[in-house]
Design a binder for this molecule. Structure first.
Ligand code: ADP
Ligand code: G6P
Length: 483
């Protein structure tokens, strides 16, 4: 394998426009933040969408954007208004995303969206094919591009194709609802190696392959005519060193070097030694369980009144997919709930929830991770959830408690967290109480185990394991053909 190219819908950088000025800023989301740490090591190009509507920008601006991305070893695939509407907001985020996260009632099944999904997948595949040289490999990512592996393989049978799904793969009973279920599986099977975060997702995938096509599967290999396709689980990690080192640097800063946010956090703790902070960070997405988290926090304040005035929930929600109706409704619901809870429990000098609806720079994220006593991460469904790992990696003195939904892929690796059912308000309220009263020694012991695991299997290890398996898949295929 010479170079490995990456193909994903979202590039690791997005366009920031200020007047006539265009610059790049880091994209949010597990795929972008995780892969950003490694893609340059593979010598290839990252092909993806820059996140803007090509109908609204001039050719000159488009050229400027291409140049900015080229410097970062990225190549842009431009999408027009119709493609964004039907492919990105439509089939990707109104069909696949809700269905694969078991929100079946939110999933639309629309033929026009499907047609554009196919056309845009072909557009990404063509961009990859143009870039690929003999001996290169390509690593395709996520649910927006499920058809791309087969589109590349059918034109370039000698190129090794990897595919990684960053979201859950649902059980057959849910997946079968998709009218285009066979085409989707066929698209994925163009890859030589298919990766999932957990064994459960892999198992569901095999079950769909078996039931829909009856292909022979032995261990984790699928045999189709002259091809062998391998599927396996690779739980994605984070850049542990980066979080740990930055958290250490934050802890060494003098007052004058601290950010405004950091000074505010210090002030909060100084005002009373009994004060505690709970942290919640996600994209504003209905899969993240934000309303349940808020009602559970309210239940906690109601049930344990001794903590009123002393505990604040910092809730950071990054704007996401704002053109999709279910996201707009969620925004309204969250705004209202925050207002109700702050109205019910707030006083002149106490605001129970500090709510930020925006993206924050990396250094602020680290300050929050290192300052908050508890992280409350309660998705109703989540492929992995890297925020949980980032919190643990940033706890330099090993204190702090992670409350984690058992529905997140990351829960499989975090047995020492306080695991909760994200729709059980009562249980979540009790776990918040347990977290806030947990003895320091117990906090340290739980945190140490989780940290060691995250450090050992970081994002570099994850990517190396995937690439190693991709090479192995290539040689298994070659050996098979040589027989
Ligand atoms: P998802 O991929 O569904 O968004 P993850 O938890 O796996 O969920 O990944 C989210 C990523 O986005 C993390 O790496 C996190 O650091 C980053 N992120 C989340 N919130 C913010 C924020 N407010 N500002 C900047 N980055 C954020
Ligand atoms: C999740 C998905 C990614 C996606 C990210 C942000 O992490 O798995 O593929 O990029 O969310 O969502 P967005 O729609 O803004 O790309």
């Amino acid at each position: 394998m010479q170079k490995i190219h990456i193909v994903s819908n979202r590039l690791p950088f997005s366009i920031k426009e200020e007047g006539d000025e265009i610059s790049l800023e880091a994209s949010v989301g597990g795929l972008a933040t995780g892969m950003k740490s490694i893609y340059k090591d593979y010598g290839g190009t990252w092909i993806g969408w820059p996140g803007i509507d090509s109908d609204t920008i001039s050719d000159a601006k488009q050229q400027k954007i291409n140049n900015l991305f080229n410097k970062e070893k990225c190549a842009s695939v431009h999408l027009n208004s119709e493609e964004i509407h039907l492919f990105y907001e439509g089939f990707s985020n109104r069909t696949i995303w809700p269905l694969f996260h078991y929100f079946t009632q939110y999933a639309d099944f629309n033929q026009a969206d499907w047609e554009i999904y196919k056309a845009v997948n072909q557009k990404f595949a063509d961009a990859a094919i143009e870039t690929l040289e003999d001996g290169d490999a390509v690593w395709v990512h996520d649910y927006q591009l499920l058809l791309v592996p087969d589109m590349i393989k059918s034109k370039k049978p000698n190129v090794t194709v990897g595919f990684f799904l960053h979201i859950p793969f649902p059980s057959y009973e849910v997946f079968r609802m998709l009218p285009w279920r066979k085409e989707i599986i066929q698209g994925m099977l163009g890859a030589d190696l298919i990766g999932f975060h957990t064994y459960d997702y892999e198992r569901h995938f095999f079950s769909c392959v078996r039931r829909l096509f009856g292909y022979e599967i032995s261990f984790n290999q699928i045999h189709i005519d002259e091809r062998i396709i391998i599927a396996d689980s690779f739980p994605m990690g984070i850049d542990y060193e980066k979080f740990m080192t930055n958290a250490q640097n934050v802890s060494l800063k003098s007052v004058s070097e601290k950010s405004e946010l950091h000074k505010e956090l210090d002030k909060y703790f100084l005002s009373s030694p009994e004060r505690k902070l709970i942290l919640s960070i996600d994209r504003l997405d209905y899969t993240k369980g934000i309303p349940n988290r808020l009602t559970a926090f309210a239940r906690f304040l109601e049930k344990y009144p001794e903590f009123r005035q002393k505990v604040t929930l910092i809730m950071l929600a990054v704007p996401s997919r704002g053109q999709v109706d279910h996201y707009q409704l969620l925004k309204k619901e969250v705004d209202e709930l925050v207002g109700q809870i702050n109205g019910a429990y707030g006083t002149i000098n106490y605001t129970p929830i500090w709510y930020f609806y925006r993206s924050l720079p990396f250094n602020n994220l680290i300050e929050l991770y290192s300052s908050c006593d508890v992280a409350l991460i309660t998705p109703v469904r989540d492929g992995m959830n890297l925020v949980a790992k980032e919190y643990v990696a940033s706890r330099i003195n090993n204190t702090g408690v992670l409350i984690l939904s058992e529905m997140a892929g990351v829960a499989k690796e975090m047995g020492e967290a306080l695991l909760i059912n994200p729709v059980d308000d009562e249980d979540m309220a009790d776990n918040i109480y347990q977290a806030l009263t947990m003895p320091i020694e117990e906090q340290k012991s739980r945190m140490t185990y989780m940290k060691e695991r995250i450090q050992r299997y970081d994002v570099f290890k994850w990517a190396n394991e995937f690439v190693k398996s991709l090479k192995k898949a290539e040689s298994i295929q070659n050996d098979f053909l040589a027989k």
